[in-house]
Write a protein that binds this ligand. Structure first.
Ligand SMILES: NC(=O)c1ccc[n+]([C@@H]2O[C@H](COP(=O)([O-])OP(=O)(O)OC[C@H]3O[C@@H](n4cnc5c(N)ncnc54)[C@H](OP(=O)(O)O)[C@@H]3O)[C@@H](O)[C@H]2O)c1
Length: 315
């Protein structure tokens, strides 16, 4: 039987259940995708724990997951852009990506570049669109100095490289564990924690600030003299509103064009997309336990192939 994530109540990882479901039938205008890989994102933790129920009210049971990649299994009447066997990546806003099959509209799919692997493809949509939205928001130009908090995470690892491509000098706020990765992509690492404001001040005048972590970085940016319109937070919405800063994230850049552009940059090695781990679908709860530690370098991805039975990690 095909499998899908099902949540029947708000709560901790124990609420994550994988249940057998009927194979969906694509209706007119729909594409049915056999999923190879699906992404995990921290926002799903907040939704599961019930923190966003005002923003996204939902009736139980509901599923989980936005990003996916896989092969087209069948198409409904009227779909001409895709055919069974096509390799695709895309997104669903139905919280349904973490499943053996997902039904999608063709407008939410692109062809998977041949040189892009399944796991990066399957976890790309949210981080690609968020990184593009956040970098665009601060209008970087060559010679600007931009500081980025959460610089080595799923969004950050892409955002710092997109920021570098504008010609800006990029300072990545991360732990010492992430410093080598950041240097390898042309980013100057600086450790978070005590004295960050003074250490940033000593490094260079900061023109722009991209906050991908929350918890007070907007205040640091303001104290460093960054203009509010050149501060963008994807998480501290209250702080941004108070400061007059921006909050552009995924929604500001969500499109097939954005996804295709970033997918091709990664496929052809123009930017790198680190993976922290590939988890077998059956170890979904372990994947979310690791994601909740907020130590990911790049993405934590789910593999739907039952032949993958242990978490896979870079050497
Ligand atoms: N608004 C939107 O559209 C949108 C879209 C996607 C995500 N988000 C939100 O944006 C945030 C980032 O998402 P993500 O997927 O990139 O998360 P993530 O991959 O879980 O981020 C993990 C990163 O956080 C870093 N980190 C941990 N403690 C830190 C601290 N005190 N200061 C700075 N960095 C720290 C870690 O760096 P070290 O390992 O080096 O410690 C790690 O690289 C989440 O809160 C998510 O919910 C918003």
């Amino acid at each position: 039987m095909p499998r899908a994530v099902e949540l029947n109540a708000y709560g901790d990882v124990d609420q994550l259940r994988i249940v057998d479901v009927a194979k969906p039938e694509p209706k007119a205008g729909e594409v049915l995708v056999r999923v190879v890989a699906a992404g995990t994102n921290p926002g799903e933790i907040s939704i599961r724990e019930g923190y966003l129920k005002e923003m996204f009210p939902m009736d139980f049971p509901f599923g989980q997951g936005t990003d996916f990649a896989g092969r087209v299994d069948a198409v409904g009447p009227g779909v001409s852009e895709f055919a069974p066997g096509d390799e695709v990546l895309g997104w669903t806003f139905q919280r349904a990506a973490q499943a053996d099959y997902v039904v999608s509209g063709p407008a939410n799919l692109i062809r998977k570049p041949v040189a892009l692997d399944w796991f990066r493809a399957g976890s790309l949509f949210i981080v690609a669109t968020t990184a593009v939205g956040a970098v665009r928001a601060v209008a970087l130009k060559p010679g600007d100095v931009v500081a980025v908090s959460g610089a080595a995470g799923g969004v950050g690892s892409l955002a710092v490289q997109l920021a570098r491509r504008t010609g800006a000098r990029v300072i990545g706020i991360a732990s010492d564990d992430s410093a080598d990765f950041l240097r390898s992509v042309g980013v100057e690492p600086i450790a978070y924690g005590d004295g960050l404001e003074e250490r940033l001040r000593a490094l260079a005048p900061i023109d722009a600030f991209i906050d991908l972590f929350g918890g007070g970085y907007i205040d640091i940016a303001l104290k460093l003299g960054v203009a509010p319109q050149r501060i963008n937070s994807i998480i501290d919405f209250a702080g941004a509103q108070k400061a007059g800063a921006k909050t552009d994230g995924s929604a500001a850049a969500a499109s097939r064009d954005t996804l295709a552009t970033v997918a091709n940059l990664i496929a052809w090695g123009e930017i790198v997309m680190p993976l922290t781990a590939i988890y077998p679908f059956a170890l979904l709860r372990d994947a979310y336990t690791e994601l909740a530690r907020r130590k990911a370098r790049g993405k934590i991805v789910l593999a739907l192939d039952p032949a993958i039975t242990e978490p896979l990690r870079p050497l």
